[in-house]
Design a protein. Structure first.
Length: 334
């Protein structure tokens, strides 16, 4: 079975020059256009082969490589064309990262294949597409996808702020392009993601304001409320943070835990999630588990600018003679 999103892209054949366009081009240009069209067709054919789920993983990966190579060959023939880069980005994203909504997770979505290098390839291809065709309406289709990939590429290195700033721009651009209808789940997700990105950039005032806007836009997810709580805590409003978490109850904690473990929400760099779980456990009085998560957060080195706040929590728990302990298996144990 083939994925419909790729079929929609590929059923739109590569645009051919009009009769008038051809009348104005030289024979050399005409030859280059024909070679370009041939390379695009080669890429499309290989892309379709890569979506055949009955094929072996080796066969599918070979088809993906052939498709990418063909599209890059087309781009070399007509460097100002954005279409080859759009298709490279879509190909890599569809086969390796657009996996959560599918009934059966394709083998191409495995961690061995859905690598940071592949993420960078998709992001860079879409960047090249937008540079060449900034007014193409399909730019709007890639904003959220590109923002999430840029966020997932955050790994505690010097490039993190560049990635996060790019993600923030895409989230804001996606909001600007939305229909403006309040209360939609899409707006809540975009605003929540933008707020989280602001927090990772250290822009706490903007983060809190955007979280509040996300919550006001409709039925907020527990993860959005927890994000606001973490931003409030890091901004020195610990009591407000605790009340936000407590307002979601034990059922909310359970929902957050399940979302996290099935990958519906993610935190970067590695170790950032410990801050959320530490704060939540502390809000519910499970201090031993909270101390364990605070220690894990500090040991991870995630977001050094917020480690001093975590140490304040640790110091307060030590004053209560709390000892770190493994967290309960289920949030219902609180």
């Amino acid at each position: 079975m083939m994925k419909s999103t790729l079929l929609i892209v590929l059923l739109a054949a590569t645009a051919h020059a009009s009769v008038w366009d051809r009348a104005l081009t030289s024979p050399e240009d005409e030859v280059a256009r024909e070679l370009y069209d041939a390379k695009m067709l080669e890429g499309d054919t290989a892309t379709l082969s890569s979506t055949i789920e009955s094929a072996s993983i080796k066969t599918r990966m070979s088809a993906i490589k052939r498709a990418e190579a063909a599209y890059r060959g087309a781009a070399e023939l007509r460097p100002r064309e954005g279409e080859p880069f759009f298709r490279i980005g879509n190909l890599i994203y569809e086969v390796h990262f657009d996996c959560d909504s599918l009934m059966a997770r394709p083998l191409t979505c495995s961690l061995d294949l859905a690598t940071p290098e592949r993420m960078r390839t998709a992001v860079e291809a879409w960047d090249q597409f937008e540079q060449r065709a900034p007014l193409d309406p399909r730019v709007g289709e890639i904003l959220l996808k590109r923002a999430i990939l840029n966020t997932k590429l955050v790994n505690g290195t010097a490039t993190d702020n560049v990635r996060l700033a790019a993600a923030a721009r895409d989230y804001q651009a996606a909001l600007d392009r939305s229909d403006g209808l309040a209360g939609t789940s899409g707006d809540e997700q975009l605003l929540g993601n933008l707020a989280e990105t602001y927090m990772m950039l250290g822009r706490l005032d903007e983060s809190i304001a955007t979280y509040l806007q996300a919550i006001a836009s409709g039925a907020a997810r527990v993860s959005t409320v927890y994000g606001l709580a973490v931003a409030l805590d890091r901004d020195g409003s610990g009591d407000q943070a605790m009340r936000r978490i407590q307002s979601q109850g034990a059922q909310g904690f359970d929902a957050f835990d399940k979302e996290f473990h099935r990958g519906a929400v993610f935190f970067v760099p590695a170790g950032e999630a410990n801050y959320y779980f530490a704060l939540a456990h502390e809000a519910f009085g499970n201090n031993g588990a909270a101390l364990e998560f605070w220690n894990r957060y500090l040991a991870s080195g995630a977001h050094p600018e917020f480690q001093s706040r975590a140490r304040e929590h640790v110091a307060q728990l030590h004053k209560k003679h709390v000892r770190a302990e493994a967290p309960p298996l289920e949030p219902d144990d609180l």
